[in-house]
Design a protein around this ligand. Structure first.
Ligand code: SF4
Length: 256
């Protein structure tokens, strides 16, 4: 496949599983995974963060830096032990007991992530936030079953669209993959993993009809998912503005 960088009006929809495998060839070597940074931030009440490199979607509203689009040009490889040590150092300096992986898609590199979770499990740290688009947790039930063995992770699964057509338009991925994050939610429920659902429902890029479709789909799984839904808005990061421009999407700023 031609490696997709960002969505344009001419983008040929891609299979996110094929893109996962292509991206893993770039960002994973053995059990090592590429990261671009380790730092602490005030979200979640203060959390040590590892910024992962590479994703299997190409969201037009994505805030992640250009390492998402050009993973071969950014980051360095770290073993699970090295990532844990760096996170622990950042957490101790900042005075937090919470850890997370953010950046692009943390579930790329299954062996790496499961090994990192093992280190976290055997540590005094209390919480590990795993932010994901749900593609790989939807296609690989065994992955969710293995994450469920750990007590520290809390998964934040972020939905991108409310219909298959909108999913392709906003992420570049084929319509057939729209269902995968919902299957991931069903898998997380099945294996009793701690999680909550977020969705990019910003009214500038999601119509009320599309939002209603998303809410209906979630309610069909479990109505509590709708009650606890975290609704996201697009932030005007420089990369976000460029990606929206490349996709031919114009948003009004500020939001209100
Ligand atoms: S918003 Fe998340 S899922 Fe979408 S391209 Fe960016 S990192 Fe990937």
């Amino acid at each position: 496949m031609k490696y997709p960088r960002f969505v344009t009006p001419d983008t040929e929809p891609f299979d996110p599983i094929a893109l996962t495998r292509e991206t893993e060839k770039i960002v994973c070597v053995g059990s090592k995974r590429k990261y671009t940074n380790f730092y602490a931030t005030g979200v979640y009440g203060g959390i040590a963060t590892a910024y992962s490199c590479g994703c299997c979607l190409r969201c037009t509203f994505c805030w992640v830096d250009w390492s998402r689009d050009f993973p071969e040009k950014f980051g360095a490889f770290y073993s699970p032990e090295e990532v844990f040590e760096r996170l622990a150092n950042v957490a101790h300096s900042y005075g937090t007991s919470k850890l997370r992986i953010s950046g692009a898609e943390p579930t790329l590199g299954k062996e790496h992530l499961l090994s990192l979770l093992e280190h976290v499990e055997n540590s005094p740290f209390k919480l590990f936030i795993l932010e994901t688009n749900g593609i790989l947790f939807g296609v690989d039930e065994d992955y969710v079953a293995k994450v469920a063995r750990f007590t520290k992770p809390h998964v934040r699964i972020s939905l991108k669209a409310g219909t298959p057509e909108d999913f392709t338009r906003k992420t570049g991925a084929i319509e057939e993959s729209f269902e995968l994050p919902f299957i991931a939610i069903e898998n997380l429920l099945k294996y009793d993993v701690s999680f909550h659902v977020a969705a990019m429902t910003d009214h500038r890029i999601m119509s009320s009809a599309e939002r209603a479709s998303l809410v209906k789909r979630l309610a069909g799984i479990d109505s509590r998912l709708v009650t606890n839904l975290e609704e996201e808005v697009v932030d005007p990061y420089p990369t976000t503005l460029k990606r929206l421009e490349y996709a031919g999407m114009k948003l009004k700023w500020p939001l209100r």
